[in-house]
Ligand binder design. Structure first.
Ligand SMILES: Cc1cc2nc3c(=O)[nH]c(=O)nc-3n(C[C@H](O)[C@H](O)[C@H](O)COP(=O)(O)O)c2cc1C
Length: 227
């Protein structure tokens, strides 16, 4: 059964999409701070509230993006601070990954074999999709999986807080591919693990990439009642 349309949370959650093209309209710092505070209402184990968000702008952002793009184009590889995907990816998850990619590249009219166009879109991760706000998400290196779970809740809180203010977001896991490069640009030490980035701003309603629509698996694939 789907949630009734009158449920404001259900409407907010199901209205959110990852947005990968933004208007130039700036986001005032006070609004961003308010969103981040709201996101921090997320629960965390023992209220440890792990992780931090760093908004990068100006010269720091420009040189970070330039170097990330150069690293990507040059085929550079770094050891990530944490493993995201199971290796190897089980076939069920692989099918979901392929469906998400098909939704994204389909919206852009990019064919499965068009490696060059796909790389071009992937490169957009590294300029934070030109969003007015570019965030880098970090966590102390010693945190275990629980800390990532706490931080994930706060990040979803931020996405929904943004959504409720008419703003959009896209998490950028691609940023975690170059942790040393990111640390160097942000002046962070080895203790800061790079979790992901996030783009935030006002969606460009006319951008084809923002017509990407993903689906979710059926309830019985992830929920059951025992006893
Ligand atoms: C932790 C995380 C990392 C992600 N990394 C990327 C990324 O690097 N690039 C990208 O275009 N989308 C990224 N996404 C967006 C996902 O592809 C997207 O959430 C998923 O396909 C479901 O679509 P939806 O957010 O529009 O509902 C990421 C999402 C999450 C939660």
């Amino acid at each position: 059964m789907t949630q009734p349309a009158t449920d404001p949370f259900a409407a907010l959650a199901s209205g959110r999409r990852s947005v990968r093209a933004y208007l130039a309209q700036p986001v005032p710092l006070t609004l961003l701070q308010q969103l981040v505070r709201t996101a921090r209402q997320a629960p965390s184990g023992a209220n440890l509230q792990p992780g931090s968000l760093i908004a990068v702008q100006g010269e720091v952002r420009a040189s970070l993006s330039a170097d990330l793009i150069a690293a990507f184009k040059g085929g550079q590889q770094e050891q990530e601070d944490y493993a995201y995907f199971p290796q190897p990816l089980p076939s069920l998850l692989r099918r979901r990954q392929v469906a998400a990619a098909r939704a994204l590249y389909g919206a852009l009219g990019i064919g499965r074999e068009d490696r060059c166009a796909r790389d071009g879109q992937f490169e957009r991760n590294f300029c934070f999709f030109d969003a007015p706000v570019a965030l880098v998400v970090t966590i102390p290196r010693d945190f275990g999986s629980g800390g990532y779970m706490d931080l994930g809740m706060a990040l979803y809180g931020l996405m929904l807080a943004a959504q409720s203010q008419g703003l959009s977001t896209c998490a950028i896991g691609a940023l975690a591919s170059y942790p040393r490069l990111v640390r160097r640009h942000l002046g962070l030490d080895e203790d800061s693990a790079i979790v992901c980035g996030m783009a935030l701003g006002y969606a460009d309603p006319d951008a084809p990439v923002n017509q990407t629509v993903t689906t979710r698996c059926e309830l019985d694939e992830f929920f059951r009642v025992l006893g």
